[in-house]
Write a protein that binds this ligand. Structure first.
Ligand code: GMT
Length: 377
């Protein structure tokens, strides 16, 4: 049996999908007997209960008066090196190239080659930051200096190669869900609090960034609710929220839209939905669509980025070109008007989520990558 590892994990502990994936991965690795050290600016929001193999090391930023901008990146790099030395870490697994892979590179320079680094690319670090010429060389350096690089979809691998001209190997490690948490929850009583028995529920969950095209969500819902009784549930918060609230008011949809704000128990909330709407402009993977899939909820959305690798068009959801709100509304109606079709999709969703994107499979893939960089067979 291969030896248990001591792994440092750095992520944005409060940010969307990448933070969720990094935290869940740490928890699962701890269950498999590895010792996990989170090195982040605050406790990851999905960390949950105490586990004997999980430790948290807070990155504190010194705000000396000489600094116009407190140097978070340097504090993080120092903390990584300090924890690696004290805890004798085997490797650092960082999520996001900027600044985390750069900080890991600095930490390695301080510790020596005994410390290995693994970088997981999640999307925005490449699709947005790598467009910035002034950052390109830095991101390329961070990727080249990592002992292994993984990305959450083939689309993101291709984009990384294309934007940064990177030819070194990148491992594919899809996002995953813990099937012990993400399964169809009983939502009969809860549903009655929000909708009438004859109404269908459409849901959108995101951080309300422009890239999520939440305006399209409202347009799709408006078209759907012209034809069938339905409610739209919006989950999450972010920069576009007030604009979206105005749009809903202007379109006279207030009494048919429910705002749930940020929610912890995503599996329970998603289980309320009949369809998830994800019309994003860009999406390297679309973790929320996987969370919905595992709960038996098909996605209607765009075919942006890595979404088609996750959602099989015509089996676990329907995908249309970005901005095609008419097509998306038609697809949602197809599913919502036909109970037999919806049930068929529901079953296919659960099967695909639990077989292709399940925690055991993906955690084992990460483990193999760790052993490979450490030269342990
Ligand atoms: O989508 C976001 O705005 C959040 C962002 C993040 O960094 O958490 O999500 C990215 O990483 C997720 C986890 O790998 C992916 O599921 C999302 O598709 C990806 N977002 C984008 O590519 C826009």
């Amino acid at each position: 049996m291969a030896r248990k590892l001591k792994i440092g994990i750095t992520c944005y502990p409060t940010l969307g999908g990448s933070g969720v994936v990094a935290t869940e991965l740490g928890k699962l690795l701890a269950e498999r007997g590895h010792e996990i050290h989170f090195i982040t600016h605050s406790i990851p929001f999905r960390l949950g209960h105490f586990h004997k193999n999980i430790f948290f090391h807070e990155v504190e930023v010194n705000d000396y008066y000489v600094f116009r901008f407190p140097p978070y990146d340097l504090s993080l790099a120092s903390k990584m090196a300090q924890v690696a030395k004290m805890q004798q870490l085997d490797l650092l697994h960082v999520h996001y190239a900027v600044p985390h892979a750069v900080c890991a590179y600095l930490a390695k320079q301080m510790i020596g080659d005994g410390l290995k680094t693994v970088t997981t690319l999640h999307g925005t670090d490449i699709t947005v930051l790598a467009q910035d010429e002034s950052l390109k060389d830095l991101i390329r350096l961070a990727i080249h200096q990592s002992d292994a690089v993984t990305a959450v979809s083939n689309d993101l691998i291709n984009e990384t190669r294309h934007l940064l001209d990177i030819m070194t190997p990148i491992d594919l490690t899809y996002n995953f869900v813990d099937k012990r948490i993400y399964y169809p929850r009983d939502s009969v009583a809860l549903r009655a609090d929000f909708v009438e028995p004859h109404e269908k529920v459409l849901m959108h969950i995101s951080n309300f960034r422009p890239v999520k095209r939440v305006g399209d969500v409202i347009d799709i819902f408006a078209k759907v609710s012209e034809q069938i009784p339905a409610k739209l549930m919006l989950v999450g918060e972010g920069p576009e929220l007030s604009k979206i609230q105005c749009k809903i008011k202007n379109m006279g949809l207030e009494d048919r839209v429910v705002f749930l704000g940020k929610q912890e128990d995503v599996a329970q909330v998603i289980s309320l939905a009949d369809v998830l709407l994800l019309p994003s402009e860009k999406e390297s993977f679309g973790l929320v669509a996987l969370e919905a899939m595992a709960c038996g909820v098909p996605t209607v959305g765009s075919n942006a980025g890595g979404i088609p690798e996750l959602i099989t068009h015509g089996e676990t959801g329907f995908l249309s070109p970005i901005g095609d709100v008419d097509g998306m509304a038609e697809n949602a109606l197809r599913l919502l008007k036909d109970e037999k079709l919806h049930e068929q999709f529901r079953k296919a969703c659960i099967f695909r989520a639990t077989h292709e994107f399940c925690n055991d499979v993906i955690t084992a893939q990460y483990e193999q990558i760790y052993y490979r960089v450490l030269g342990i067979e």
